[in-house]
Design a protein around this ligand. Structure first.
Ligand code: ADP
Ligand code: MG
Length: 238
C-alpha cells in the first residue's frame, strides 16, 4: 500500500496540451474515483501514473518516491483495463500466473499467489478453464486476479466495467468494493459513470477538459458542488 501524490501534472501530445496542471493527494488505502466526460483526460492521467505515458510537467510520487522517470515495471502498480484481453490459449491459472512467471518467481510462490487470488475472487473451481469457457463476469474477475497476484502497492482501474451489461455492472461494483475492503490496497478507479463514482468512492475527483473541477466525498459533491459543471455532471443521469 502507498500514497500517491500528483503535483501540478501536465501532459502535452505534441504541441497540444490535454492535462493542464492537475494536483491530487491520495492517501494510503484510499479508494479514489476519477470521473468526468469522455475525452477529459482520465485515461491519460492514469497512464502517466502507471508509467505508460511520459509526464510533460509536474511531479508524481508513489509513497515517498518521485517516479516521473521510473519505468512501469519498477512502479509496483497493477492496472485493470476495460479491454482486459485475456490470453485465449492459457487457462485461468496460467493467465493469472503469467506476469509472475515473467518475473521468474519461484513455482511454489506463484502457486500460492494464484490460489489466494482465486480464493478471494471465487475462481477456485475455474482454474483449469479457458477464457472462452467463462462468462463476462468471470473473465472480468480473472483480469482482476492478474492484478491481485502481483500484490501491488496501487491498483489502477480504467473503466473496468464498461463492457459489461447493466446487471453485471452493478454486481461487479459490489465485488470490487468488497475486494478493496479486504485488501485495502490504494486504488485509483476511472469511470465516466456518475452513479459508479457516487456509490463506490471514498473520494471523487471530478475532471473536465484536463483540469480538476472538485475533489470531495460523494455526499460533499452532491450537497455542495463547487460550480455549475460539477452540479450538472453529478446531478445528471449516466
Ligand atoms: P478520457 O479517458 O477521459 O476519455 P483521454 O485521456 O483518453 O480521455 O484523452 C484526453 C485527450 O487527449 C483527448 O482529447 C484525446 O483525444 C487526447 N489523446 C489521448 N491519447 C492521445 C495520444 N496518444 N495522442 C494524441 N492525443 C491523445
Ligand atoms: Mg478513457
Amino acid at each position: 500500500m502507498a500514497s500517491v501524490e500528483i503535483r501540478n501534472i501536465r501532459k502535452n501530445f505534441g504541441t497540444v496540451p490535454v492535462i493542464h496542471g492537475v494536483s491530487i493527494d491520495i492517501q494510503d488505502g484510499e479508494f479514489v474515483i476519477l470521473v468526468g466526460p469522455s475525452g477529459c483526460g482520465k485515461s491519460t492521467l492514469l497512464r502517466m501514473i502507471a508509467g505508460l505515458e511520459s509526464v510533460s510537467g509536474g511531479e508524481l510520487r508513489i509513497g515517498p518516491k518521485v517516479v516521473n522517470d521510473v519505468p512501469p515495471k519498477e512502479r509496483d502498480i497493477a492496472m485493470v483495463f476495460q479491454n482486459y484481453a485475456l490470453y485465449p490459449h492459457m487457462t485461468v491459472a496460467d493467465n493469472m500466473a503469467f506476469s509472475l512467471k515473467l518475473k521468474k518467481a519461484p513455482k511454489a510462490e506463484i502457486k500460492s499467489r494464484v490460489d489466494r487470488a482465486a480464493e478471494i475472487l471465487g475462481l477456485g473451481k475455474l482454474l483449469d478453464r479457458y477464457p472462452r469457457q467463462l462468462s463476462g463476469g468471470q473473465r472480468q474477475r480473472v483480469a482482476m486476479g492478474r492484478a491481485i497476484v502481483r500484490d501491488p502497492q496501487v491498483f489502477l482501474f480504467d473503466e473496468p466495467l464498461s463492457n459489461l451489461d447493466a446487471k453485471l455492472r452493478v454486481a461487479m461494483r459490489t465485488e470490487i468494493k468488497a475486494l478493496h475492503q479486504r485488501l485495502k490496497t490504494t486504488t485509483i478507479y476511472v469511470t465516466h459513470d456518475q452513479i459508479e463514482a457516487m456509490t463506490m468512492a471514498d473520494k471523487i475527483v471530478v475532471m473536465h477538459d484536463g483540469v480538476v473541477e472538485q475533489v470531495g466525498a460523494p455526499l460533499e459533491l452532491y450537497d455542495r458542488p463547487a460550480n455549475l459543471f460539477v452540479a450538472g455532471f453529478i446531478g445528471s443521469p449516466a
